[in-house]
Each structure stands twice: as structure tokens, then as C-alpha cells.
Design a binder for this molecule. Structure first.
Ligand code: ZN
Length: 308
């Protein structure tokens, strides 16, 4: 039926919420005749009503269609951003191998949690400005919380999720690993280090939201592929664990971790360079396309910092 939206997902264009179909979008406030607001930060207060309404929305031929190349970060201002380290066994093993470990690598007993500070978040097509020659990529499934989650159980966790999106946990490895204890927060929080998008898709759109294909390519070469069924701590386990300490608030974001194939552990290491295009995907959500540029302070002649 050509006049119906077949894929229902939510995005942001020109700082206003939009409902996204296969290859086009409509303004949410206009389409809902004012029932739902344009402000991306207010959307989670009425999330259930919005999802219910979107499921029955029929395309209005009169309504202006918006091109998708204007899509921005669908969650521009989360109150809390959580990142998870060492959450895929193959990534753990590549790290251990690079550090000279032999034999069986024990899995972590609790999730390794850090934050990406909010100012690092950007949109699906924004540039990644490099501060140094030691900047790396990490494809990640990103979970967006839909309702207040405090000490929730694993079995109840998915009901607290508004949607899923694609993320890149861009990481400056020297800063990440420097110090008496590594400071993941800082190395992962330069401006442009958190591309997200292109849309938010509700978990019920997937056959199995715990088994999604993710990956990224650089300059046309596939660098990482993985499945979220291989997460050491699954999405429900992460929500149960984090919400046992920090209440999760509507709109909060969790970067769930990255599989093997990052640049730091390649032989030889490979880092992002000006002129690269980083393409990042989660099957069923979409893809990010981020051009890589020389940022403030970048020098093409400095030693790459990330090889420690
Ligand atoms: Zn990461």
C-alpha cells in the first residue's frame, strides 16, 4: 500500500522530530496535528502513546515529505550516557593477544562501565574531527531508555527500552589508556566522538532484538562485524546491572560495546585518517556515514599515540 508507512522509526531533522518511512520522512508535530511535540527532548514523556499512534498512522498525501539526508542525532540531549567496555569475547581476545597474553581469557564478572560525555554526541552524517593520529573506531548497538528504570530485573528490562540506534564509540587510545587507572571517559569524549542515528527503531520491529548484526567499514574495507547475541552482558543484563546502581532516565543512552576489529589491535595498528569515510551499521536500523577530518591541533607528522 503505497500510502502507508511500512517502516516506523523516529528521527530528527532540523531539530524537529520526524516519523521516518522507507526513504522519506514527515514532521511528527504536523502529522499528529499537534498531539506530539516537535522537541526531541520531550518525546519520551509520551513514548507509549506515540508508538501506539504511529502504528495506526496513515500517510497523508498532502503532508510535506522531508529528505533523509537531513537526519540528525535522534537523541541529541540524553541526561546520562553509559558505555560498556570489553563486552564481546572476540574483542577481549584481540586485546589480550595484542598485550601478549596466552591461553584462556577469563570473561569479566561485572560489566565495565564508563561514560561518553554529552558534548561528544553527534549525528549520523557529521564529521569526526581528529585531535591526534591515534583515533580508533568501535561500532556499537545503542540502547535508548524509554521509561524510568530503577533496580529492574532482566525479564523486565526490554519493556524499559524506547528504541535502538547505531553508534560509533570513537576513541583516542592514548588518552583512554593514560594515567594510573585508564580514563576511558576522556579518551572517548572529544567533540564528534559519538555519532548516533540515523533513526530510533522500537525493539518490537525486530524478530529478535537480542540478535542483531552490526559492523563498520573504513575506506570501503569491512573492519568489524558482529552479532549482539555474542554480547558478554546482554542488553537486559546491562539494564539490570546499571539500574541497580544508577536509575536510568527516559532518553538515557547505553553504548553496549564493540566486537573485534578495532584499529588499535590490528597488525600493524590502523587509525582514522583525514579523508577516510567511516560507515557503521546495525541491520534493521540503518547506517552512519561519517567523514573523517583533521581537527584542531591535529598534526599529520606526529607519531600515532595509540600504539601503547
Ligand atoms: Zn566502545
Amino acid at each position: 500500500m503505497p500510502n502507508e508507512l511500512t517502516t516506523r522509526s523516529l528521527g530528527v531533522i532540523a531539530n524537529r522530530l520526524v516519523l521516518v518511512a522507507e526513504d522519506t520522512a514527515v514532521d511528527l508535530e504536523q502529522a499528529s496535528k499537534g498531539r506530539f511535540p516537535a522537541d526531541p527532548e520531550g518525546v519520551f514523556d509520551t513514548w507509549d502513546a506515540l508508538v501506539g499512534w504511529a502504528a495506526t498512522y496513515t500517510w497523508d498525501e498532502e503532508q510535506e515529505r522531508l529528505p533523509l539526508d537531513g537526519l540528525q542525532n535522534p537523541v541529541p540531549a540524553p541526561r546520562q550516557v553509559f558505555g560498556i567496555g570489553a563486552n564481546y569475547r572476540d574483542h577481549l581476545e584481540e586485546a589480550a593477544r595484542a598485550q601478549g597474553h596466552q591461553g584462556e581469557i577469563p570473561a569479566p564478572e561485572t560489566p565495565l562501565i564508563f561514560t561518553k560525555f554529552r558534548t561528544s554526541l553527534t549525528g549520523p552524517y557529521d564529521a569526526v574531527p581528529l585531535p591526534t593520529r591515534g583515533v580508533d573506531w568501535e561500532v556499537e548497538l545503542v540502547v535508548v531508555i524509554g521509561r524510568h528504570a530503577e533496580r529492574v530485573t532482566e525479564s523486565d528490562a526490554w519493556s524499559h527500552v524506547a528504541g535502538l540506534t547505531v553508534g560509533q564509540d570513537i576513541s583516542e587510545r592514548a588518552v583512554q589508556l593514560a594515567g594510573i587507572a585508564p580514563q576511558f571517559n576522556m579518551g572517548k569524549s572529544y567533540p564528534g566522538f559519538g555519532p548516533m542515528g540515523p533513526v530510533l527503531v522500537t525493539p518490537d520491529e525486530f524478530d529478535d532484538p537480542d540478535d542483531l548484526e552490526i559492523g563498520c567499514s573504513l575506506a570501503g574495507q569491512v573492519m568489524q562485524t558482529g552479532r549482539t547475541s555474542d554480547l558478554i552482558f546482554s542488553v537486559p543484563e546491562l539494564i539490570a546491572y546499571i539500574s541497580g546502581v544508577c536509575p536510568l532516565l527516559p532518553g538515557d543512552v547505553i553504548f553496549t560495546g564493540t566486537p573485534a576489529g578495532v584499529g588499535l589491535f590490528r597488525d600493524p595498528p590502523r587509525f582514522l585518517q583525514p579523508g577516510d569515510t567511516l560507515v557503521t551499521w546495525v541491520k534493521g536500523v540503518g547506517e552512519l556515514r561519517n567523514p573523517v577530518t583533521a581537527g584542531p591541533g591535529y598534526s599529520a607528522t606526529d607519531e600515532p599515540n595509540g600504539d601503547k
